[in-house]
Every structure is written in structure tokens, then in C-alpha cells.
Design a protein around this ligand. Structure first.
Ligand code: ATP
Ligand code: MG
Length: 692
């Protein structure tokens, strides 16, 4: 078999319009685009142009007559990515190329062949989620297992199904794979079996069935397989590092004995291993496809050298030698900021974003990436207070199922005639906690083993903890708050989040950030327990921790210019102030000699700081004194207090305790005008409090 490298298209005459497709590509990218035939694997780092090469190569193959437009298929990781790829191809004058996910392509094939193979019946309807069937099954589990999130059971069923494991084999296979099921293996196998029966009875197919049934169709039905192959003869796959075994099998069947397959991926960006995906297919491609052309793209076109240096160090610490080579001009040094507490961290995050916007970065070019949905509400509130418009991309906090259920319970309480509906303030927070415990099995003191070890269990636990913290702070701020008042406050937040601002700052999870890029990226809460997530650490599974590292790598490599990494020494966790440690990954980012900008706001921690009032929070004498001063100023000037200074600004002053005018001037929110007008008074307050 001739290696694919020998089947390059000849170079074109410089005036050939097809030359345009190659014009702005580097030598390696060109090679990849020219290699239009045979198996090709492109192993390349973040931002090296993999996705760009896929679209160009497709356009080039069509322009040079290697494949007709309607025979080319580009497989993407999400529907959104498929939409974007379709758009890129349209702009290249190719409206007829199919860009789809594995699922979408399988669905269209099954729909086509199903009736003729099932006595004229149409394809059963798709089950958009397993939850409606799994939830009642979960509720009937013995003991506390009935509170296990149905989504974790559904995810475990998905893990088994993408490996074509039947319910009766589940226990054995899970044990062999060292899985830790969310409930004991025998119970899971039972739920799995019951789920399958219910689904067949309801005449539905789930997402894995789509792939499974298509695999079955193409394995058993030679005519269908031939027809499918004749329609799509030239296939490319983006984000191939996150392919699962069923998708891989499907890809083999789509290819048959043809060889025009190109896959691109970056094993350091595998972030869906927990659902059953594996980068093994990417890594073994060249051996499985003899004669494959293996290429790498070595230059990075996305990020500044400063961002890349940091990303390179992150994976070098795991023994990886891959280096992302910069092509872009120097940018600012990434900022690693350590804060004394979460309030100050948020204030600094807002100040950082405000600075980016003031420097001319568009809000849509700023992103805050989080590990879990539960991190969103405090960030949303801080942004709202700072007057920064935002939009949550992907699943919103208040749209999460357990949050909706918790709010629904509160609505029932507010509407009831029970005396509880009239409870106010702190009593109300206690009542709400008890209510959620009763109905949702929520226990904020629960350890992981009790709450369940699945992804969703920890997301749910964290969301309810966050929601309860919001309830407690609302109740603490207003002793007359009733259940209906609380409900109204939560609903207002939910509406604000839902409406968002289309051109606001982006808030999203690291998982959703895959493939995307922004000018400025902030990664807050980089602490042990959050990234790496607590359960990855406690599982003592090195692979689980490695996936957390890759998540951070994905996050950092989204940034073009500005990168903020921050963490806090203390934060409210589960209703109490907890000490936090920097993420182990931050240690790995330390350069050989220090050229990082490290900001430490506040003084070093006092050993008894756990009990001391947190600087910048209510209870901190300096912060309180500044607020009293502000109230007085606002009264004198007959303006609202925030016109004098935002809480964020006061928190930062309390935190960094400036003793001089230049030091005060460096605090975001203190411009020349404010410095002139209030500088001396503020410095006097700081002086007085510190002396006392
Ligand atoms: P990821 O691993 O994050 O998915 P990727 O390898 O797919 O990244 P792309 O998204 O294709 O990278 O490209 C990253 C950025 O670099 C994009 O903005 C793209 O337009 C730009 N780019 C790619 N190649 C070049 C080039 N040769 N010249 C200029 N810009 C380029
Ligand atoms: Mg890409």
C-alpha cells in the first residue's frame, strides 16, 4: 500500500484560485491539506489549526476533484461545532458538505433504513434523556440509595452501553474495569435491566441505541452498508481524542475497506474519559491504519508566547515533552493571584474584567471558565454588582434539575397555609434546609460516600450547598424575609441568569470551552478540591487526576492574550469558612526563575485566621469602618452609597491596606478623581484601624 504521503495533490499554479485555500497556511498545515487521500492522522496541540485544517482540506479535496461535495462527511464533537464547521464550509463555497456529530449521522442513516427492515414501521422515537425512566427506578432503591441522582445511574448505564456491555454482564465487566459504580454493582445491573425493559416497552431508543442499532444494521445488512458507504466516501473527524468505543466501531463500518479517513486530535485535551471516551484510538491510529500519514502541526496561532509558556509547563510536569510553539507577538504575563478569601477573589476578578473592557476588549471576548455549575451564582452576583453584563453558555445554574426542584419545594411552602410559610429570617433558612433534606435527601454535612460518588452527585450536592448559602445570606440580610420573599428573590436571580446578555462576558464550564477561544480568559477557584475536583483526589485514581490536569490545560489554552489564574486561602464551603490550598497544578506552573506576576492581596495569614473576621467581609473592622464612612459620605452628597465606592473597592482596600496615595491609586475603582476627593480620608481610616 502506498503511504498516503505519496498521494499528495501536486502544487498548484500560484494564480490558481485553489491556491487561496493554501495561502494562509504554514508548511505543516499545507502538507496536511494537500494529503487529500488515504488515512491521515494529525496529532497536534491546542490552537495549532486542526479545526482550520479540517475545513480547508475538505474544501481543497473538493476543489481538486478528489471527492464530490455530497460525498464528504465531517464529524464534529457537538451540534454547535457542527453548525460552525458547516458555516466555515459555506463561506468556502461548499454548502453541500455534511458536518454532523456521530449521533446525528447515525440517526439519519437509521431513519432511512429502518422502515424497510421493520415491516414499514418508522424508527422509534428518540429518548432525549434516560432520566424519565431511570428516576422512578432510582426512587425504589433500598435505603439511602434512593437519593442517588438518577443522572449518575444513567451515566453508568451509558458507560456500559458505549462498551456494548449488556445488563447481565455489567457487574463482571465493571469489576474488571475497576469501576466504582454509584450504587453497588448488583443494584446497578438491576436498574440497567429494568431501564432497558421499560424503554423497549415504551418503544423508544436512547442515544447509545442510535449508535448500537446503526452498528448492528451495518454489520448485518450488506446492502445497507454498501449504500451508506457509497454515499459518504471521504470522512474527517475533529476532536478524535474523545471518541468512545461505539463511535469508533461505527467509524470503521462507515469506512469499510475504503481509506479516505482523516482524524485530528490532541491527547492532552481528552476530557471526556469519564463517559467512556478514550484517546487510545487517536494514539493507535497509525498502527491500526497501515500506511497512514501521520502529521503534527507544531505552531500555535491562538495564544501569546506567555500563555503558551505556562501551558507547556503544565503538561511538562507530567513528563510530556510536547511544546506549543508561539507565533503570536508577546502579550502580557499571565496573572496568578492568591487571595485571602473568596469575597476578595471575586472583587479582583471583576476588577480584572473591568480593566480588560476599559482597555477595549469586547465583553464577548472575555470568558470565565469554571469546573462546576455550582461556582456560577457567586460569580454572577459579583458581576451584576460590578455592572458587568454576562451570559451563561450551556447549562445554567438555576436551570439545573435539583435547583429547580429545590425552588419548586420553596414555592409549595410559600403557597401553603402552614405556619412554616410565615417563618422569617434565620428560622426560614433552617426550615428550607430541613425541607430540602426531607424531599431531596440533601445533607450539607454529607461526606462523598453518603452523597454518592458519581459526577452528578457531586454537582447536585455542590449546587444545593451553593443555593443554601444564597438563602442563608438573604435571610441574614433581612430578618423579616418570608418564604414568598425568598422565592421572589431566587426567581429574580433565575430570570436574570436566563435572560443574560447576548454580548456579555461568557460564563461556562471548562468542558464546554473545548475548541473555543477568547482574548481574555479567567480561571478562578484553582484550589485542591475544585480543580482537581475532590472526588478525583479521594478516588486515588491517577487517571482521574490526570483528566483534571487536562481540563486546566484546555482552559488555559483557550486564551489568546490575557490569562488570569486565581484562588483563595479561605472560602465558604458547606456553610463554614474553610481553609483552601492552591491547586497542585499551580505548583507545576512555577517557572524556573520567577517571571510571573503574582499578586497577594492582604497580609499573610494569621494562624488563628480561621476564627478571625475575614478581611473584606462583614465583620472585618476595617471593611466595616469604610462602609460607615461611605454611608456618611453618601448622606452628605445625597447619592446612593455605590456612587462613593463599590463594595468591591472597599473590600480591596480592606484587603490590601494601602498606606500611601500611590498604593491607594492602584486599587481598581479609585481613579484620580476619587483619590483627590476621598484619598486622605480613606488613608486616615486605614491608619487609624491598623494602629488600633
Ligand atoms: P483546539 O485544539 O483548541 O481545538 P485547533 O488546533 O483546532 O485548536 P484552530 O481552532 O483551528 O486550532 O485554530 C486556532 C486559531 O488559530 C484560530 O483562530 C485559527 O483561525 C488560527 N489559525 C490557524 N492556523 C493559522 C495560520 N496558519 N495563520 C493564522 N492563523 C491561524
Ligand atoms: Mg479545534
Amino acid at each position: 500500500m502506498a503511504p498516503a504521503s505519496l498521494v499528495l495533490m501536486p502544487s498548484l499554479h500560484p494564480e490558481d484560485p485553489r491556491e487561496d485555500l493554501l495561502a494562509d497556511l504554514d508548511a505543516e498545515q499545507r502538507l496536511a491539506v494537500l494529503a487529500v487521500r488515504g488515512p491521515v492522522v494529525i496529532l497536534a496541540g491546542a490552537g495549532s489549526g486542526k479545526t482550520r485544517v479540517i475545513s480547508r482540506r475538505t474544501a481543497y479535496a473538493i476543489a481538486t476533484g478528489v471527492v464530490p461535495q455530497d460525498q464528504a462527511l465531517v464529524v464534529t464533537f457537538t451540534d454547535k461545532a457542527a453548525g460552525e464547521m458547516g458555516e466555515r464550509l459555506r463561506l468556502l463555497g461548499l454548502p453541500g458538505v455534511t458536518a454532523r456529530t456521530f449521533h446525528a449521522q447515525a440517526l439519519s442513516q437509521l431513519r432511512h433504513f429502518w422502515p424497510s427492515r421493520h415491516d414499514g414501521e418508522a424508527l422509534p422515537a428518540l429518548l432525549p434523556s434516560k432520566l424519565p425512566l431511570v428516576t422512578p427506578l432510582a426512587r425504589h432503591l433500598p435505603g439511602n440509595y434512593k437519593f442517588r441522582p438518577a443522572k449518575d445511574l444513567a451515566d453508568e448505564i451509558e458507560w456500559a452501553k458505549v462498551r456494548s456491555i449488556a445488563p447481565r454482564d455489567y457487574e463482571r465487566e465493571a469489576a474488571a474495569a475497576h469501576r466504582e459504580p454509584p450504587i453497588p454493582g448488583d443494584l446497578l445491573a438491576r436498574v440497567f435491566d429494568q431501564y432497558e425493559r421499560l424503554k423497549v416497552k415504551a418503544h423508544r431508543l436512547d442515544f447509545e441505541d442510535l449508535l448500537l442499532e446503526t452498528v448492528r444494521l451495518l454489520e448485518d445488512d450488506a446492502v445497507a452498508a454498501e449504500t451508506v458507504r457509497a454515499r459518504k466516501s471521504w470522512i474527517s473527524v475533529d476532536e478524535y481524542q474523545d471518541t468512545n468505543p461505539l463511535q469508533e466501531r461505527l467509524l470503521e463500518l462507515w469506512m469499510g475497506d475504503r481509506r479516505d479517513l482523516c482524524v485530528v486530535g490532541d491527547e492532552d485535551q481528552t476530557i471526556y474519559a469519564f463517559t467512556g471516551a478514550s484517546s487510545v484510538y487517536l494514539r493507535s491510529f497509525a498502527t491500526r491504519w497501515p500506511g497512514a500519514l501521520q502529521l503534527s502541526l507544531v505552531r500555535n496561532y491562538r495564544s501569546s508566547p506567555q500563555v503558551l509558556a505556562l501551558a507547556n509547563r503544565l503538561i511538562a510536569a507530567e513528563g510530556r515533552t510536547k511544546q506549543l510553539v508561539p507565533t503570536r507577538p508577546d502579550g502580557p504575563d499571565p496573572v496568578t493571584a492568591k487571595h485571602t478569601n473568596d469575597v476578595v477573589e471575586l472583587a479582583a476578578l471583576c476588577a480584572w474584567i473591568t480593566q480588560r473592557l476599559a482597555d477595549g476588549t469586547k465583553p464577548g471576548e472575555v470568558a470565565v471558565l469554571v469546573r462546576m455549575n455550582a461556582q456560577l451564582p457567586p460569580i454572577e452576583e459579583a458581576l451584576t454588582r460590578a455592572g458587568i453584563a454576562y451570559q451563561v453558555r450551556g447549562l445554567q445554574f438555576y436551570a439545573r434539575p435539583e435547583v429547580r426542584t429545590a425552588v419548586l419545594e420553596l414555592r409549595k411552602l410559600a403557597a401553603s397555609a402552614s405556619p412554616d410559610a410565615a417563618v422569617t429570617g434565620a428560622g426560614l433558612a433552617g426550615r428550607v434546609r430541613a425541607l430540602w433534606h426531607e424531599v431531596l435527601g440533601f445533607d450539607e454535612a454529607a461526606e462523598d460516600e453518603e452523597a454518592g460518588s458519581g459526577q452528578e452527585a457531586r454537582e447536585q450536592q455542590a449546587s444545593l450547598e451553593t443555593l443554601l448559602a444564597i438563602v442563608e445570606s438573604l435571610a441574614a440580610a433581612d430578618a423579616t424575609l418570608t418564604a414568598s420573599g425568598l422565592l421572589a428573590a431566587l426567581e429574580a436571580r433565575a430570570t436574570h441568569e436566563r435572560e443574560g446578555s447576548a454580548d456579555g462576558v461568557n460564563l461556562l464550564t471548562l468542558h464546554r470551552a473545548k475548541g473555543l477561544e477568547w482574548d481574555a480568559v479567567a480561571l478562578p477557584s484553582l484550589e485542591e478540591g475544585n480543580l482537581p475536583i475532590r472526588q478525583a483526589v479521594s478516588s486515588e485514581d491517577p487517571e482521574a487526576v490526570a483528566e483534571e490536569r487536562r481540563l486546566l490545560y484546555v482552559g488555559m489554552t483557550r486564551a489568546r492574550e490575557h490569562l488570569l489564574l486565581s484562588w483563595a486561602l479561605q472560602r465558604d464551603v458547606r456553610g463554614r469558612v474553610a481553609r483552601r490550598e492552591a491547586s497542585r497544578f499551580l505548583d507545576d506552573l512555577r517557572p524556573p526563575r520567577s517571571n510571573r506576576v503574582t499578586i497577594l492581596t492582604g497580609s499573610p495569614m494569621h494562624p488563628a485566621a480561621d476564627r478571625a473576621p475575614r478581611p473584606g467581609a462583614s465583620g472585618d473592622p476595617l471593611f466595616e469602618a469604610l462602609r460607615v464612612w461611605r454611608t456618611e459620605q453618601a448622606r452628605l452628597a445625597a447619592v446612593p452609597p455605590y456612587v462613593i465606592a463599590h463594595d468591591n473597592t472597599l473590600a480591596l482596600i480592606a484587603e490590601s491596606r494601602p498606606r500611601t496615595r500611590p498604593a491607594l491609586r492602584r486599587i481598581p475603582g479609585i481613579g484620580p478623581d476619587k483619590l483627590d476627593r476621598y484619598g486622605d480620608e480613606i488613608l486616615a481610616i486605614v491608619e487609624r484601624l491598623l494602629a488600633g
